[in-house]
Design a protein around this ligand. Structure first.
Ligand code: HPA
Ligand code: ZN
Length: 319
């Protein structure tokens, strides 16, 4: 039995497996520029974050209807459940769908239909976090937050993703202030490709409660001390880091060092259809590559629930 865990860094669009992509393309009359699923898989050779994002956004063209989003989320939840995920805080990228004329309501209702029955079907509690694309303008992010207002009963927080370098967190100060006024939880990708200073800025300017990736915090010992002291969780994604070349090989992943330093590190899958594995696969991979012991694996699982946005009583029930 895989260890029970919470997954806190998962882009639902990044769970689109080639088989489902082709099925949805056929259903929606979309032509993909790949002959078949094998040819598509062949394209999953990334040199950096941007090379992945280009493919990730282009493949989203197959997602059109609320049913498409329901099917996508249902497939993820089934896979996650098999790998011991008991709670999932799921990112989605509304702006990436709005450009294709797919409105917020279609995405949220579609995902919501799958999440509503996730507990019953898959034994997974869920939350939804809406991400802003940081390489789009702050005005676009604010308009997206505005478009989400009718759906805030389904959305618990906001995040920040897409191309990091050159798009520092402070660009979104007002958007995050408004999100806080609306009572939303706040997270942001920081320190994946961007510098440790972006992690600091996400904490200081955006008021984030949790840092997505945060890999490069190790370059700043004072920042590490602060993250440890304040128990700010990091949602690490080891297989993603290798595939996007943030690190050369998994054996060089600093996860073990981070745990030893007392950081609240968690292990997640990011975009499992693209990076070679779901949450349990990430756990297995780091266990093998870094030789993690039972105690470290237990810490990672415990951290995942502590770092979640579950209330204390819910947390106890899931574990
Ligand atoms: N980083 C930034 N943006 C993303 C990612 C990621 O790993 N996955 C999907 N959007
Ligand atoms: Zn991510």
């Amino acid at each position: 039995m895989p260890v029970p865990k919470a997954e806190l860094h998962l882009h639902i669009e990044g769970t689109l497996e080639p088989e489902l992509a082709f099925a949805l393309a056929a259903r929606n009359g979309v032509t993909l520029p790949y002959a078949d699923t094998e040819a598509l898989r062949e394209a999953y050779r990334f040199s950096d974050l941007q090379s992945f994002l280009d493919l990730y956004y282009s493949l989203m063209a197959v997602l059109r209807t609320a049913d498409d989003f329901t099917e996508l989320a249902d497939a993820y939840l089934a896979r996650a459940a098999e790998q011991g995920v008991r709670h999932a805080e799921i990112f989605f990228d509304p702006q990436a769908h709005a450009v294709r004329g797919v409105p917020m309501g279609v995405v949220v209702e579609g995902l919501g239909a799958a999440l509503d029955r996730a507990e019953e079907r898959h034994g997974i509690s869920t939350r939804l976090i809406m991400c802003f694309l940081r390489d789009e303008s702050a005005e676009s992010a604010m308009a997206t937050l505005d478009a989400a207002k009718p759906y805030l009963d389904r959305i618990i927080g906001v995040g920040l993703d897409s191309a990091e370098v050159g798009h520092p967190p402070a660009k979104f100060r007002e958007v995050y202030e408004e999100a806080a006024r609306l009572g939303l939880r706040r997270v942001a990708h920081a320190g994946e490709e961007g510098p440790a200073a972006y992690i600091r800025e996400a904490l200081d300017v955006l008021g984030v409660e949790r840092v997505d990736h945060g890999l490069r915090c190790l370059e700043d010992p004072n920042l590490v001390a602060r993250l440890v002291r304040d128990r700010v969780p990091l949602t690490l994604c080891p297989l993603s880091n290798v595939r996007l070349r943030a690190i050369d090989v998994l054996e060089q992943h600093p996860l073990r060092e981070m745990l030893s330093a007392g950081l609240v590190a968690t292990v997640n899958s990011d975009d499992p259809a693209y990076f070679g594995g779901y949450a349990g696969d990430n756990f297995d991979a780091v266990r093998g590559a870094l030789g993690l012991g039972e105690e470290e694996l237990r810490t990672l699982a415990r951290n995942s629930f502590e770092a979640s946005f579950l209330e204390d009583d819910e947390e106890r029930r899931e574990r």
